[in-house]
Structure formats: structure tokens, C-alpha cells
Design a protein around this ligand. Structure first.
Ligand code: LMR
Length: 394
């Protein structure tokens, strides 16, 4: 029967991971998948995660199922981290999910169950898997302008004009911080204007927040999500712990559904439990438990925050060094945007042909749309990348 299956193109980001591994060259630079790497190229287990794992190993006496939507203590802890009391807890339905992707998938399914004809407005560009999952679920998507190819910042007027076309029953998907793939973000005045449009149109915001703590700081990165979530009647938030806790493979995420009243909250909560049951039954617990332990223990939390801050500032340092090196080589400020962008990624703003040329000639692996993982750089590779960018005539 399976001969009827069609060939499936591999996700471009994951294909790039494999091509990098297969490249026999000694000097090669991996700027592909969104995984943090330290200066030695390692993706370390964070100190607080190790300590919590140790404690868990000593104290955990059962691995019996948790609830269908996960341990409520995890939901409480992560809601605290993301929203910090901006929305009353009794308005929030929540379900633990396998990673942030699981939260995104369950959010789309919740929308489709509620409104089969909902249109989802997506930034152009957005994380390719948003589009892939929406298309798989047969949901209509409407791109809104986002990236200004000229300035490499946000095309704010274009964005506002496009999301104004949303109607009640539509959803506007927003990146809470550290926009993936561009690295270009809204400031708080612009977020306020986006919120005004959401209130005018009656469209429901869905916020994907996968990089809290990687941009301007834990609180700063959540400020836009808190502003929107506390001002609209309904809102979906998909949060990931993969990056900020460095627990990628543990698949730890949470979907929050802010509801307009207690009845709606109960229906949302029951529907999230139903969706988990249909798709995978109980969500993974190991990562969620570690996150709960870290957030609820003063010493572990302080140590985690300190290490996350080191990660964040190291990426800021790499951004600045790359921008400085490019300024030196080009004699111009045209790469200044690299230091302005925030999070793990920057979109360089060049063609797939030039991206392929840099891979062929210099062993530099970035996504075809010219997204670079800044954490893939170090003091030795920054000059190599800068030289390749200039040699490619970008
Ligand atoms: C990325 O965008 O590289 C990450 O979110 C990893 C992934 O699953 O694509």
C-alpha cells in the first residue's frame, strides 16, 4: 500500500545539518540549525539542568503518567516565566507539549477545531515549519509583509497595512521576540501599534516565543507577549524551553490559551487535553520537570539565569565583532544591521546562489534564505565569514 506515498522534500534546515556533517573539509562553518554553541562548538548541558537532573535521579521514585496536559506545576512555572502575572492565572488554559513545535501544532489544531475556516496571517518570512504544518493541516495562510530587504529591519508600515486586513475569526501569528529567520524585531512602540490593530480588527493573536532570554534579556524578551496577552480577550502562546534551557531533545514546550471567561477557559482546557490524547496522549515529562525544579528553586534559578545571560551576551559580542569586521573590510556601515538584530539569527539578505557560492568556496553553511545562526561563529571563524561575504560581492 505504501507505494502510493509521494516523495517528500526534507526540511531545508534539517537537510543542511546533514550536508554539513557529510562535508569532509577541515575548515567549515555551521550557521544552520538554531542550536546554541559555545566558542568550542559545543552545545553544553546547562549547569542548573545538570544539577536538577542529579537531584531528580536521587529523589524521583516513580515514572507513572502525569496528567494529559502535563504536571500543573510545570504550567504554573512556565506561565510565571513568560507572563509574570500579566494575565490572571484563572484565565489561562495550558497544556504541556513535545517542544515548542508541539505547542505550535496543538495551537493550530485548536484554531481549526474552533474555526475551520480561520485564516492565519504569517510574517513573510516566518519559520518554515509554521508554513509546513499549516499546509499539512489544510489551513489557509495569508502572508504579511515583515522584512525590509533594503534596511534589513522590519517593514513596519507594510506589516500594519497587511494585518489590518484580518477579520474576527482570523489569527495573526507573531514572534514574541528574536524573530526567526530574520533577527529583525519590533520595538515596544511598534508592538503597541500592532496591538491596536488586533483590537480594531478583532483578530486573535498567536505568539510563538521560542527564544526568551536570547535577545535583550528574560524580562525584556517577554514584554511584548505580556503587553498583548494582557490587552486582548483571547490569545494563544506557544512557548519553548529548548533553547533557553538548552534541553532541545527533551521536547519541552507549553501551549497557553488565554480565554475570555471561566466557561471558555474550561472548554479550552478540555480541548487541549483532548488534542494531546489524540496526538500523543501524555506529553514528555523529563524536561518539564527539570524546568519546574529550576524555576522553583532560588539557587538553581539564579544559576540558570546567570548562564543564560552569558549565552545572550556572547551572541551579542559575536554580532558586534562580525559587524565590525565587515565594516573594516567593506569600508561601509551597510552591515550595521547585524549588531542591531537580536536572538540567534540574522538574515544576511542575499540570494540562494550567493549562499551556495559561499558554501562551495568557503565551507560556510547558512540556510538558503541567507539565515545565519550567529551562535555558530567564534573569534576564528568571524574573519573567514566576513571575507567570504565580501568576496561574494554581497
Ligand atoms: C531552527 O529554526 O533552526 C530551529 O527552530 C530548529 C528547527 O526545528 O527548525
Amino acid at each position: 500500500m505504501f507505494e502510493t506515498l509521494e516523495d517528500r522534500p526534507v526540511d531545508g534546515i534539517l537537510r543542511l545539518m546533514q550536508e554539513y556533517r557529510d562535508d569532509p573539509r577541515e575548515v567549515k562553518i555551521d550557521l544552520g540549525v538554531g542550536v546554541y554553541k559555545d566558542a568550542t562548538g559545543l552545545t553544553p548541558v546547562m549547569r542548573a539542568v545538570k544539577a536538577a537532573e542529579h537531584q531528580l535521579w536521587e529523589t524521583q521514585d516513580s515514572k507513572v503518567y502525569t496528567g494529559l496536559t502535563g504536571d500543573p506545576a510545570f504550567a504554573d512555572a512556565l506561565i510565571g516565566l513568560v507572563l509574570d502575572g500579566a494575565v490572571p492565572r484563572e484565565k489561562i488554559a495550558a497544556a504541556a507539549t513535545p517542544g515548542g513545535t508541539g505547542a505550535v501544532r496543538q495551537a493550530f489544531e485548536l484554531i481549526r477545531l474552533a474555526r475551520p475556516d480561520a485564516r492565519v496571517f504569517v510574517s513573510d518570512p516566518t519559520w518554515p515549519n509554521h508554513l509546513s504544518i499549516l499546509s499539512y493541516l489544510g489551513m489557509e495562510m495569508i502572508p504579511y509583509r515583515y522584512f525590509d530587504e533594503e534596511s534589513r529591519g522590519v517593514d513596519f508600515d507594510g506589516m500594519i497595512a497587511d494585518i489590518r486586513k484580518a477579520k474576527p475569526g482570523d489569527v495573526v501569528l507573531l514572534h514574541g521576540c528574536c524573530h526567526n529567520p530574520t533577527g529583525a524585531n519590533l520595538n515596544m512602540t511598534e508592538w503597541q501599534a500592532v496591538l491596536d490593530v488586533l483590537l480594531e480588527t478583532g483578530a486573535v493573536p498567536m505568539i510563538d516565543i521560542a527564544y526568551q532570554g536570547f535577545g535583550d534579556g528574560l524580562e525584556e524578551d517577554a514584554a511584548a507577549t505580556r503587553l498583548v496577552a494582557s490587552s486582548v480577550p483571547e490569545c494563544l502562546i506557544a512557548a519553548s524551553c529548548s533553547k533557553n534551557f538548552g534541553i532541545y531533545r527533551e521536547r519541552t514546550g507549553l501551549l497557553m490559551a488565554i480565554s475570555s471567561n471561566a466557561d471558555a477557559r474550561k472548554r479550552n482546557q478540555d480541548t487541549l487535553a483532548f488534542l494531546n490524547r489524540q496526538n500523543f496522549s501524555f506529553p514528555p515529562d523529563h524536561g518539564a520537570r527539570l524546568v519546574t525544579m529550576i524555576l522553583n528553586d532560588d539557587a538553581l534559578r539564579a544559576d540558570w539565569m546567570a548562564e543564560l545571560e552569558e549565552v545572550r551576551t556572547s551572541m551579542l559580542g559575536l554580532r558586534q565583532q562580525l559587524a565590525d569586521e565587515l565594516q573594516r573590510l567593506s569600508g561601509s556601515d551597510r552591515f550595521g544591521f547585524l549588531a542591531q538584530h537580536r536572538g540567534m539569527f540574522s538574515r544576511l539578505g542575499t540570494t540562494p546562489e550567493k549562499v551556495a557560492e559561499m558554501r562551495r568556496d568557503s565551507g560556510i553553511y547558512m540556510v538558503a534564505d541567507s539565515r545565519m545562526n550567529i551562535a555558530g561563529l567564534n573569534a576564528q571563524t568571524i574573519p573567514v565569514l566576513a571575507r567570504a561575504i565580501i568576496d561574494a560581492g554581497i
